[in-house]
Design a protein around this ligand. Structure first.
Ligand SMILES: Nc1ncnc2c1ncn2[C@@H]1O[C@H](COP(=O)(O)OP(=O)(O)OP(=O)(O)O)[C@@H](O)[C@H]1O
Ligand SMILES: [Mg+2]
Length: 444
């Protein structure tokens, strides 16, 4: 039997670059790493500058970087490596457990942090965890590097969101528990208007909970479709999709986590393929996702017209959002493909004390935050326990109902166009007089 660290093939070996100005420190880590067959140290250098040069040349999977170094320090070197070698993941080392250092290292793009003296188990676990988290992203980026830039540009242009049948909106956060499912459900519900066909998809394959949020018990799930993707037709799809009391259609995720594994292992792009096939039947497809950056989620990003990227005003979350935004840049997504929002924002008094102010976050992310949704635990829990979306509340002027309503209005405007939004908001009669979204999108 294989032990946990045994590589199955050459491709499973994790290549590592060590950057530390103290030679004995580098030697010690190298010795520890030599005990594990899945690690290979491919370089060991003593300055930040050399670290950046060697990372560019050797393209290691992991860089273990000391924070305090003469010449160029670990934070600056990490920034440069993250920018120029995005397939490498940096783990920062420091003697002291200083929260300010940790903050700066994470914001520079380090994926994790080790405090010296480092125990062997801590070292091994951190490397393996960071590598596992980063692997799918790194594979995607290195595949892109092999495609000539010109054809890539053409592909991105061809993929433009104009004329795409049905708008796929993917809601995602790199952090769990931020409110992705709540937002996806309310967004889908907010987009439901006279004559507009909305599909809500639970693509959090392992632990999806749209069924709980909307009080749906359905036996049919996307698992029933995966074997028929190539000849998926409207009739088959409709027989699987659940119709909620509100008229919204819902494609449920696998009923059990082990079914999710089957999809993820056999065809991780299955959900994206399904949605592309049936997108002509809907005006909007809203997709709930898991926080893991796996191939399922990446393929959904690819087909999305908009990605609603959800953050919370905490350091860990902002750092992860920054990583995702950098990834989107590297994937050549146009900036307006991403719609950045903050959820669970505290009121003015508490926000200053416990969280990072939004202006600071926007400055750090170099992007505007398009919407802030206030924290309202009771309303969110009440909606969940009743199995109805938050925006179904009668009092539409109250937070967070009004912010969730404006999320669907803003996205509608951005995707469909300003002039039609007036119809969207006004009477049903007026909406009926318009040729209709379906026609405009080239549908019957
Ligand atoms: N604006 C908000 N204010 C207060 N609580 C909220 C808000 N939005 C969501 N919540 C609560 O946060 C918790 C997590 O929400 P939700 O399940 O939507 O998040 P998620 O990102 O989908 O989580 P997971 O990673 O488990 O899928 C729930 O208890 C929900 O009621
Ligand atoms: Mg969720």
């Amino acid at each position: 039997m294989n032990r946990p660290g045994s590589p199955q093939s050459e491709g499973d070996v994790i290549t590592i670059l060590l950057v530390d100005d103290i030679p004995e420190a580098r030697e010690n880590i190298k010795k520890l790493l030599a005990f594990e067959p899945d690690f290979r140290v491919i370089g060991s250098v003593g300055t930040g500058r050399e670290g950046v040069a060697m990372a560019k040349e050797m393209k290691p999977n992991i860089v273990i970087m000391d924070i305090n170094m003469p010449d160029m320090d670990g934070i600056q070197a990490t920034s440069l490596i993250t920018e120029s070698v995005p397939t490498a993941a940096v783990i920062m080392m420091s003697v002291q457990n200083d929260p300010d250092y940790l903050r700066r290292a994470m914001l520079a793009g380090a994926r994790n942090f080790l405090t010296k003296p480092i125990s062997p188990d801590e070292l091994y676990n951190t490397i393996r965890t960071v590598h596992a988290q980063h692997r799918v992203v790194a594979q995607r980026l290195s595949a892109m590097q092999q495609v000539p830039e010109e054809s890539l540009r053409k592909a991105v242009q061809a993929e433009g969101t104009e004329n795409r049948p049905g708008h796929v909106i993917v809601v995602y956060s790199p952090q769990g528990g931020v409110g992705v499912t709540t937002i996806a459900t309310n967004l889908a519900s907010g987009l439901m208007k006279e004559g507009i066909r909305v599909l809500l998809v639970d693509a959090d394959l392992q632990f999806g909970d749209i069924g709980v949020l909307l009080n749906i018990q359905s036996q049919s799930t996307m698992v029933d479709l995966v074997d028929n993707i190539h000849d998926l037709d409207t009739e088959l799809f409709d027989s699987i999709v659940f119709t909620h009391d509100s008229g919204m259609k819902v494609l449920m995720g696998p009923a059990r986590p082990e079914y999710a594994e089957v999809i993820e292992q056999n065809n991780p792009t299955a959900v994206a393929q399904m949605l592309e096939k049936i997108s002509g039947n809907y005006d909007f497809i809203v997709v709930d996702t898991s926080h893991q950056l796996n191939e399922t989620v990446l393929s959904l990003f690819d087909i999305a017209a908009k990605i609603v990227l959800v953050g919370m005003p905490t350091l860990a979350c902002v750092k992860n959002v920054r990583f995702v935004l950098d990834l989107f840049d590297q994937l050549n997504y146009p900036p307006d493909k991403t719609f950045l929002i903050l959820n669970r924002v505290l009121d003015d008094r508490n926000r200053q004390r416990f969280t990072i102010p939004s202006e600071k976050i926007a400055r750090f992310l170099k992007r505007p935050i398009e919407l802030e949704i206030p924290s309202d635990e009771l309303t969110a829990l009440e909606a969940m326990s009743k199995g109805i979306p938050i925006i179904a509340r009668r009092d539409k002027s109250r937070s967070p109902v009004k912010e969730l309503m404006s999320l669907s209005d803003m996205l509608y405007t951005q995707l469909v166009g300003q002039e039609e939004v007036e119809d969207f908001d006004s009477s049903a009669d007026k909406a009926r007089r318009k040729p209709g979204l379906g026609l405009r999108l080239g549908k019957a």
